[in-house]
Design a protein around this ligand. Structure first.
Ligand code: GLC
Length: 445
């Protein structure tokens, strides 16, 4: 049981973090390290904000959608030039140079790639909390944009023609240095790795994150440099996805987490559209209806697990990560849900002292402190919890929710934490940790 004093402490800390990172029209994930607006961060932040200030939560989603490209893509970052108190303007936008694409918005600087499509979920939470008038206005503005986004996903990003979204950069998965992605990077960006430490050392002085954290908690500089060169390839191709698809040098992965999120968000979008009285385009509707069963292609009978798949080789990348559990969020058959739950609750795999680690603790890939290679992230817990509840696994969901909230007590809303000891890792005052803490508190049994 979470006692009222603990609840009060957590809520207070969470509100403080959200207030600190609030920039009026949007929330930055963290004031020092992440000074822009990010797609899935804002969706999670809106879920938490919807309990505190539904109108402000609506603005979070609306601001993000202002960055939508003409072709429908919602970019993963909307750039801010200056933070309060900052002397020199931020030039991160120069890297993506979105204006190279004719589809990019003219007046805003954005990245050229997207992130896990969890926006319908965010919008639904916000809509539920708005009063009737505001809700109508919000829905009529936002739902058509979400439809356009999902249309873009199927039209331009189903490279394999499998009803699965192809992801072309580690940042699009949201799990920057997750081992299956690093494996892909190493295969594609050989020159960077062949240079040994040189490429990594070149980018080190520009790494904002290392000013606050030790490299042992972050992507290595070599992997960071490889992310840079692989992003540069997309930029050179002007974010023309047909061109990217035809280019053998690009990464093309049917990421299991992204596609699980897409499948669930299709269901939500379907409901939102019905409520808004909007008829979905027929092609989209058909694709959406197949999206949960499309995940079957990512199932491996031998290990009883889901994995991401390389579009070119059509082979599963059999390195288990927390992404392997996310199909539970999409909704699964009883048999498949049981397999996921068995892996989740296996103490050698994911049921660590402070679950859910991003890598099974018995895996050679597990690294207690390193970013997406081991630590527990609350957005993953939230998605898994959401799926567990819909699969009627309430006891496990309650345990996970309580463990997460207890672990977060007194930690100043860290970015992630050790699954073994519960020690905070990454930056403090991280927005989605705060926002989802509020949602977990409000949704306790
Ligand atoms: C890191 C995370 C990514 C997140 C971003 C902003 O790059 O890997 O998922 O969206 O930070 O918080």
């Amino acid at each position: 049981m979470i006692d009222p004093a603990l609840e009060e402490r957590l809520e207070h800390a969470a509100k403080e973090t959200l207030a600190r990172n609030d920039r009026g029209s949007h929330t930055v994930p963290h004031e020092g390290n992440y000074p822009h607006q990010w797609l899935w961060d804002s969706a999670f932040t809106a879920i938490g904000l919807s309990h505190l200030d539904p109108e402000r939560a609506a603005t979070e989603i609306q601001t993000l959608l202002r960055g939508q490209w003409h072709n429908g893509m919602v970019p993963h970052q909307l750039f801010t030039k200056k933070q309060p108190g900052q002397l020199l303007p931020n030039i991160d936008y120069l890297f993506w140079d979105s204006q190279r694409s004719p589809h990019a918005p003219e007046k805003l600087k954005t990245s050229g790639i997207t992130q896990p499509p969890v926006l319908a979920e965010g919008a639904m939470h916000v809509a539920r909390k708005l009063d009737a008038d505001d809700r109508q206005g919000f829905m009529s503005e936002v739902v058509p944009k979400l439809v356009k986004y999902h249309e873009w996903i199927y039209r331009e990003r189903d490279f394999g023609g499998n009803n699965l979204m192809t992801v072309v950069h580690p940042y699009e998965s949201g799990m920057d240095n997750s081992p299956p992605w690093t494996e892909q990077l190493r295969g594609k960006e050989r020159a960077v790795y062949a240079l040994g430490g040189i490429a990594g050392n070149l980018i080190k002085p520009f790494r904002r994150d290392l000013k606050e954290m030790d490299e042992s908690e972050r992507s290595s500089s070599a992997d960071g440099a490889a992310c840079f060169t692989s992003g540069y390839k997309l930029r050179k191709l002007r974010y023309d996805w047909e061109g990217v698809r035809a280019d053998d040098e690009t990464m093309q992965i049917e990421d299991v987490a992204v596609n699980s999120i897409l499948a669930r968000n299709n269901v939500i979008l379907h409901e939102l559209a019905a409520e808004a009285g909007l008829e979905l385009p027929a092609t989209l509707s058909t694709k959406m209806a197949w999206s949960i069963s499309a995940l079957d292609q990512l199932w491996d009978e031998e290990t009883q697990m889901y994995y991401s798949r390389d579009v070119r080789t059509n082979k599963l990348i059999k390195r288990p990560t927390v992404a392997s559990l996310l199909p539970i969020y999409s909704g699964l058959s009883t048999e498949r849900a049981k397999a996921v739950v068995d892996s989740l609750t296996n103490p050698d795999h994911f049921w660590a002292e402070h679950p859910v680690p991003t890598i099974p603790i018995s895996s050679p890939d597990f690294n207690e402190r390193n970013f997406w290679c081991g630590p527990t992230w609350i957005n993953m817990n939230w998605l898994i919890l959401n799926g567990l509840r819909r699969a009627s696994e309430d006891n496990i969901a309650d345990d996970l929710s309580e463990n997460t909230l207890r672990t977060l007590d007194g930690m100043q809303m860290p970015e992630h934490y050790s699954a073994l000891t519960g020690k905070p890792l990454g930056v403090k005052n991280f927005s989605w940790t705060a926002a989802l803490t509020i949602d977990l508190l409000k949704n306790r049994p």
